[in-house]
Ligand binder design. Structure first.
Ligand code: UDX
Length: 484
């Protein structure tokens, strides 16, 4: 591994990253890994086999393979066996999986880390993302410094923190429609804060999983965030003071660096990305709507029908991701209305999975109909593309609120799954028309371009995220390494 005397103080840095096996978790952590490697670190990207199997199958990645050179450093992959049986009838029991992964990880991670030290690559820092707070315990038990990569907005971080510590009132079963006022934030209505925290949420297991990190927040030396100062500065400063450790914004992590093509091509998709760029090339500028609901949301079939019919009515070109079902879910696959594909012909393209960052960066993009997951949110802000906000649950409803009311980069299509409403075809067509050609379209596009510029500045040399990344690397280089 190459070393650089300025940024790494002549030390070899080995950051060992551990990811929860979700696409929305893996992507930002791998992007962070790429940046750390670019600065000279050796990065080991580690995840349980639940992710390993899909990642190996759909990308040119094998574990224990030769490290891929990346800038002045390199990245390698290592998956650990989580002993989870995907063929068992209870394979979609999330709580049971988390417990199983934790048991396996607590035993196997220290072994992997010892092996690294024996091979002359002692680990300088252990970085994890949410849902696996026990990684912080492993770091502490081995006396290895730890940092957490928070993969949502600072607004959501604040909501979880204040809820966990009982610092502000949240809706209760008796008062379900209470608004929530968090410091340094606009008032959030009862359906605008991360809805795992609402007593009516059916996703209590996800609330518990995400709050786990807040029980362990005293271990990490800092919290890295895939956001940028320019979009939530006050909140970031405030929350840094409240938690008593630095919050270092390093986003948008999706912004490409000038790296070797081999390193740029390093993706960890759980599904095979289909090539749709040639098709986009054949379309005029700003005329294609891109539709994707991330890696987890599964819409009702009636909603899929209405979106299809709305697209058919609107006469725009569209690229629509209709995902295959996850192997552990017993859901019915979506079907498109009879005759739909013939009716839209060359105007529409359906794929099972797309290279989303490339798609959003394409000149043909008119707007993005998105479920507002935080990765999609950062990716669309970084691309300057207007938004049709179609949130479902969790942080998505908060991200939609910020995109529509605070950043003003798009229009709202719904208020989340809790509404229990199917957005009808004429509304799909009319919001699409409004975002692309309506009276507010110009203003929306101008705002989108303003945030794109802010994102570019943040990651460029001397920008806020760039400086924070340098600061973090300096900090890791300054830790006194103990043999692990
Ligand atoms: C989950 C949660 O649902 C989300 O609310 C939370 O903020 C992060 O974890 P997910 O629903 O998958 O994430 O959405 P998102 O955060 O947008 O992440 C999806 C990732 O998959 C993005 O990086 C996106 O670029 C990528 N993607 C999606 C593709 O590469 N191709 C696709 O076709 C669809």
């Amino acid at each position: 591994m190459a070393g650089n005397n300025n940024t790494l103080r002549g030390k070899n840095i080995h950051t060992f990253m551990v990811s929860f096996p979700g696409q929305g978790h893996v992507n930002p952590l791998l992007r962070l890994g790429r940046r750390l490697a670019a600065l000279g670190a050796l990065v080991t990207f580690c995840a349980p086999e639940a992710a390993g199997a899909s990642i190996r199958k759909n990308n040119s990645i094998t574990d224990d393979s030769r490290p891929t050179p990346c800038g002045r450093g390199a990245i390698r992959f290592q998956f650990f066996d989580d002993d989870w049986d995907f063929n068992s009838p209870s394979c979609d029991d999330f709580r049971a999986y988390l417990a199983q992964m934790e048991a396996a990880g607590r035993e196997k991670l220290p072994e992997l880390i010892h092996k690294e030290a024996e091979a002359g690559r002692p680990v300088s820092c252990l970085i994890n993302n949410p849902f696996i707070p026990w990684v912080s315990d492993v770091a502490e038990s081995l006396s290895i410094p730890n940092a957490v990569l928070w993969i949502q907005s600072c607004a959501c971080f604040s909501a979880y923190y204040h809820y966990h510590n009982g610092l502000v009132p949240f809706p209760t079963a008796q008062e379900p429609e209470m608004d929530v006022q968090l410091p340094r934030m606009p008032l959030l209505r009862h359906d605008e804060f991360p809805d795992f925290l609402h007593p009516r949420s059916p996703y209590v297991f996800l609330r518990d999983a995400i709050l786990g990190q807040f029980r362990n927040l005293t271990i990490p030396s800092c919290v890295l965030m895939d956001t940028l100062d320019e979009i939530e500065r006050d909140n970031i400063e405030y929350m840094s003071r409240v938690i008593g450790r630095p919050i270092r914004t390093v986003g948008p992590l999706c912004k490409e660096l000038d790296l070797e093509s081999e390193c740029k091509a390093l993706r960890a998709d759980f599904f095979k990305a289909e090539d749709c760029i040639e098709w986009l090339d054949s379309k005029p500028p700003r005329l294609v709507v891109y539709i994707s609901f991330g890696s987890v949301v599964h819409l009702r079939q009636e909603q899929v029908d209405e979106i299809a019919n709305g697209l058919a009515e609107s006469e725009v070109s569209f690229l629509w991701v209709v995902r295959p079902l996850p192997r552990e879910k017993n859901w019915k696959p979506h079907v498109l209305p009879d005759g739909f594909l013939d009716m839209v012909g060359e105007r529409g393209r359906i794929v099972q999975w797309s290279p989303q960052e490339e798609v959003l960066a394409h000149l043909s993009m008119a707007c993005f109909m998105t479920h507002c997951g935080w990765n999609s949110t950062m990716e669309v802000l970084a691309s300057g593309v207007p938004v049709m906000a179609f949130p479902q649950w969790g942080d998505q409803v908060t991200n939609a609120k910020f995109m529509v009311d605070v950043f003003k980069v798009g229009l709202r299509m719904c208020r989340g799954e809790v509404e229990g409403r199917v957005v009808p075809r004429d509304e799909v067509a009319s919001v699409l028309e409004a975002v692309v050609r309506g009276p507010r379209a110009k203003e929306i596009r101008a705002n989108a371009l303003k945030w794109k510029k802010a994102a570019e500045t943040a990651v460029a040399e001397r920008g806020s995220s760039y400086m924070n990344m340098q600061c973090f690397v300096e900090e890791v280089a300054s830790f006194d390494l103990v043999p692990n």
